[in-house]
Design a protein around this ligand. Structure first.
Ligand code: NAD
Ligand code: MG
Length: 392
């Protein structure tokens, strides 16, 4: 029986992970669950999955969590904040699902890597911010990372097992597919007044609001380019992006002999989660197979890099190296939060990120403290630029 900790259990990935886990009661047991502030949702998950530990990230809610767990007659221990998340990531679990959104997931993701766990990484912002530190933590802790992001999970499946370096494996390039999001084909003028709800209405995937906006700006694909660089050791000129509106081909690997391998499936994150939970075995996920006759044609097209400027900003940050990806990520988190709050126009997201990158030259990444400082400084810059230009 493998013990699984699900960090970010109340989110979209958390729900998919728990769905797959519950399908295999002989294989997996949930040992820890976490949420940001939604105590009731966390307690409801504890009633269902009976973990030994529940962590609420907001420390002011720890006593509420304790009393609600007691009222539900559960013996689940309650903890809070980063120390609680670290405990959930580094103690009992054999497998840690890192499904917290944003930089808030970095600390617990690193803790799981250092503790030698199998790390099921959905929290792409952690690897974008701290790629070298995460790889070092995995090496030192002896843990293994299996990507959950559908594109990276697809690439993982299309590469020879054992993760050889790309050169030796004869890999020519990695091609990440992008759905194009809800605004594919629109002009800048048509994007000027789009609302958060329109941006979150993704055509193929049901996801949290932050990643939904990232998909609409194409920053999600930009973050994934950086993620692919760190996870697979691909140079930035070896990572391409193609728009594929149906989200059936989840990504592709092109080899030196001209072969291209792809992983296909319905757009449902439970496939990647089941793959990573069971790896190297294949286990059921609850996702139906493809009906090719009904699918008909699959389309591919080049991304519109002018209208959706965030994609090239990510390539720029990757080429600059050092703290640049962390700066890009921090400015994006600030700008997306303001857009979701209704205080920043959609097209300004890319402008705020570009101006923040301009204002902060990249520094080498040496320590976690240096990185956290770059993250905080970038957030302050982005806030200041936003206030000046948009009064928010
Ligand atoms: P979500 O918003 O649905 O859920 C986020 C989870 O993180 C929730 O449990 C929430 O309580 C927790 N959380 C939020 N802020 C927190 C904080 N400050 N401290 C601690 N916990 C916090 O998001 P999601 O769509 O499930 O995405 C989670 C991560 O997975 C993101 O990094 C996203 O990019 C990545 N991802 C998601 C999908 C998807 O299909 N949803 C696909 C690929 C990658
Ligand atoms: Mg993805």
């Amino acid at each position: 029986m493998k013990q699984v900790a699900v960090l970010g259990a109340t989110g979209s990935i958390g729900a998919s992970a728990l769905d797959v886990i519950a399908r295999h009661p002989q294989r997996f047991a949930v040992c820890a669950l976490s949420a940001h502030r939604d105590v009731d949702a966390l307690v409801a998950l504890c009633v269902r999955h009976r973990p030994a530990l529940a962590v609420i990230a907001d420390p002011t809610l720890e006593s509420t969590l304790k009393s609600k767990l007691a009222a539900a007659r559960l013996s689940t221990r309650a903890l809070s904040g980063d120390p609680g998340l670290r405990e959930a990531a580094a103690r009992e679990a054999a497998i840690v699902v890192a499904a917290i959104v944003g930089a808030a997931g970095l600390d617990s993701t690193l803790a799981a890597a250092r503790a030698g766990k199998r790390l099921l990484l959905a929290n792409k912002e952690a690897v974008v911010m701290a790629g070298p530190l995460l790889l070092q933590a995995l090496r030192e802790g002896g843990g293994e990372l299996v990507p959950i992001d559908s594109e990276h999970n697809a690439i993982f499946q299309c590469l020879p097992s054992g993760r050889p370096d790309l050169e030796r494996a004869g890999v020519r390039r990695i091609v990440l597919t992008a759905s194009g999001g809800p605004f594919r084909g629109r002009t800048r003028a048509q994007l000027a007044a789009v609302t958060p709800d329109q941006a979150c209405a993704h055509p193929n995937w049901v996801m949290g609001r932050k990643i939904s906006v990232d998909s609409a700006t194409l920053m999600n694909k930009g973050l994934e380019v950086i993620e692919a660089h760190w996870l697979f050791g691909a140079r930035h000129d070896q990572i391409d992006v193609v728009v594929h509106p149906q989200s059936i081909v989840h990504s592709l690997v092109e080899y030196a002999d001209g072969s291209t391998l792809a992983q296909l499936g319905n757009p449902d994150m439970r496939t990647a989660l089941a793959h990573a939970l069971g790896y190297p075995e294949r286990i059921g996920s609850g996702v139906a197979g493809l009906d090719f006759a009904r699918l008909g044609a699959l389309q591919f097209e080049a991304p519109d890099r002018v209208t959706f400027a965030c994609l090239d900003l990510a390539y720029r940050a990757l080429a600059a190296g050092g703290t640049a990806p962390a700066i890009l990520n921090a400015a994006n988190e600030v700008a997306v939060a303001a857009f979701l709050a209704g205080t920043l126009p959609f097209l300004a997201i890319a402008e705020i990120i570009a101006a923040t990158l301009d204002a902060m030259p990249a520094e080498p990444v040496e320590t976690l403290e240096g990185l956290i400082y770059a993250d905080l400084t970038a957030r302050q810059h982005a806030q200041r630029i936003m206030r000046r230009a948009y009064c928010c």
